[in-house]
Design a protein. Sequence first.
Length: 168
Amino acid sequence: MDTILSRPDTDERFTCRPVPPTRRVPGLEEDVRRGLLVAPRSLPPKYFYDERGSDLFDRICDTPEYYPTRTEDALLAACADRVIAAAQPDHIIELGSGASRKTRHLLAATGRAGFHGCEYWPFDVCEPMLRQAATRLLDEHPGLRVNALVGDYLAGLGRLPRPPGRRL
């Protein structure tokens, strides 16, 4: 069931709903037990992305040492108009959206191309980060609708909504 979230309190252009997994998802205790029994020890990355972890990763992306985000950002900045012209999307769906940094290029390109009804579907494990990113995007794009999806996208991929129209 969709719930209208606040942006700041009443923006109906922002909805958020959980995406239930299509398979059983191990809990924290099981993941920790499994991770401690292998070498090297590990934990699934989804546990790093609560509100604080998501914010920390966003700040890491700004450091000179972390080049992947800068590289992806530069590629999207250079190619967003061509991507949007080719796809002509009604919906942009992003897995592991985090702060939605790179998607800003695609959303700006939809505006330049005249696709003002394009909806954005960010999917992430961290609801507070989804809210924070949506607040910025809704301020930047007055005609945008954000349909946030919360869940483990590896387990919930089969339950993603399939909105009608062209999807990117």
